[in-house]
Design a protein around this ligand. Structure first.
Ligand code: SF4
Ligand code: SF4
Length: 68
C-alpha cells in the first residue's frame, strides 16, 4: 500500500510528472490555483498509486513524498 503526499503549493505546473506516471493518475487541477498562482498537480485516483516514486524523481520542485 503506497502513500503519496502532494505539496500542492510547491508545484509550478510544468506537467513533467504527468508523463512519467505509469498509472496516468496525475493531472493538473484546472479548477484551482496554488499559492504561486499555478494550476497544481493532483492525483485523480489515489487507490491506483503503486508507489513507484517516478513522479518524485522527476519533479524538480520536490512536490511528492512517497511512502511504502
Ligand atoms: S508513485 Fe508512481 S504510480 Fe504513484 S503517482 Fe507517482 S508515478 Fe504515479
Ligand atoms: S513535476 Fe512537480 S512541479 Fe511539475 S507539474 Fe509535476 S508536481 Fe508540479
Amino acid at each position: 500500500m503506497a502513500k503519496l503526499t502532494i505539496n500542492e503549493d510547491a508545484c509550478k505546473g510544468c506537467s513533467l510528472c504527468t508523463r512519467v506516471c505509469p498509472k496516468h493518475i496525475l493531472e493538473l487541477n484546472r479548477e484551482k490555483l496554488n499559492a504561486k498562482g499555478y494550476h497544481p498537480i493532483h492525483c485523480i485516483n489515489m487507490d491506483e498509486c503503486i508507489g513507484c516514486a517516478s513522479c518524485a524523481r522527476m519533479c524538480p520542485d520536490v512536490v511528492f513524498t512517497v511512502e511504502r
